[in-house]
Design a protein around this ligand. Structure first.
Ligand code: IMP
Ligand code: MG
Length: 178
């Protein structure tokens, strides 16, 4: 697994530091709120598991499943729900916890789904932001790291369902997906 990584971008320790900082910020910002963290399956789960324990507030968690990628490394632009969110979000402050904003097509779609559930507020939190790849102009309230337009894996992010358990984030060798 480690040999398939061309370049390590963020170590386990760096990610941990960033998430602690982010947790403190969210704790401060949502003091008066009724926070629900909605993690996007499957890439957002590792991030959620670490982030939720750095937020010192009563909160709820929920999962939303969407698929856009198949096993390819380019966004298809077609997103479909694989698991809907079931809890009542009205009067809740929803924070979407997602692994990465690439084109933004998935997040755009997710926002549309969640807005229909009438939350009191809705914001986006991503671990990684591929700024050069954006096709949608979405407001991202929280983001840990900006990354170049390269295919990355680890810390929840996969290629063909593998590498999610890598404890750091790295660029996958091109020969592994060509
Ligand atoms: P978007 O719709 O193009 O923003 O893509 C969002 C989804 O594609 C993310 O939730 C990831 O699951 C996946 N994705 C985008 N870029 C990468 C990457 O570099 N590595 C792994 N998955 C990625
Ligand atoms: Mg994925």
């Amino acid at each position: 697994m480690h040999n398939d990584i061309k370049e390590k971008l963020f170590s386990q320790a760096e990610i941990e530091r960033k998430i602690k900082e982010l947790g403190r910020q969210i704790t401060h910002d949502y003091k008066e709120g009724s926070l629900v963290l909605i993690s996007i399956l499957k890439g957002g789960v590792v991030f959620l598991a670490d982030l939720m324990r750095e937020i010192d507030l009563p909160l709820e968690i929920e999962f939303l499943g969407v698929e856009s990628y198949g096993d390819s490394t380019k966004s298809s632009g077609v997103v479909q729900i694989t698991k809907d969110c079931k809890i009542d979000l009205s009067a809740k402050d929803v924070l979407i916890v997602e692994d990465i904003m690439d084109t933004g097509l998935s997040l755009q779609y997710i926002i549309e789904i969640l807005e229909k559930k009438n939350p009191r507020s809705l914001a986006i939190c991503v671990l990684l932001d591929k700024v050069e790849a954006h096709q949608k102009d979405l407001q991202v309230e929280y983001s840990c790291f900006e990354i170049p337009n390269k295919f990355v894996v680890g810390y929840g992010l996969d290629y063909a369902e593998k590498y999610r358990n890598l404890p750091y984030i790295g660029i996958l060798r091109e020969e592994k997906y060509r």
